[in-house]
Design a binder for this molecule. Sequence first.
Ligand SMILES: [Zn+2]
Length: 171
Amino acid sequence: MKADTVGITPRTTFVLEEQDDLFAPRPPAPLLHAITCAVCGTRWRIYVVAPGDLCDTCRADLPAMRAHVEDVVDRARSRLHVLIEQFDDAVARESAEDQARWQAVVRARVAAHNNVQAASILRSRLAATLALHDGLSRILQAHGELEKGCGEVEQQELWGVVALREIEVAS
Ligand SMILES: [Zn+2]
C-alpha cells in the first residue's frame, strides 16, 4: 500500500505537470545564419530577420561605421592620385628616348590586348627589359607599382560599395 502512494505526493504531481509542459507548443528557436561582416570581414551569426550583413560590433554605431567606410575609400582614392603623380614624375625624369620607348610599350600592350600569344611575348620582353635597370625599366617598375595600387584601390572601392549598402540596409 505504501508503494502505491509513491509518485502521487503533491510534489511528484507538480513535477509530472512540468514534464507535460515539455510537449506544449513552444515558440520556435530564433533562426541564425552565418555571415561575413561586410565592414570588418568577421565571421558572425545573425538572426535571419536582422537587416544587413554586419557583426554586432560594426552594427553598434552605424553612423560612425558609415563615416569610417567613407573615410577609408576617400583615403584610397587620394592614394591613387598620389600614385598617378608619382608615375608621371617617374616618366618625366627619364630621357626623351626612354619616354618614346615607353610609348612604344603602351602601343604594343594595346595591340596585344586580345592576342594571347603576342601578350605572352610582350611579357617576356618586358621582364627582360626590367632586368636591365635602364630608363625604360624604371618606368616599367613605376608602372607596375601604379597597377598594383590601382588594384588595391579597386578592391577597397568594391569593399566600400558593399559595406555602405549593408550599413544602409541595417539603418
Ligand atoms: Zn564587423
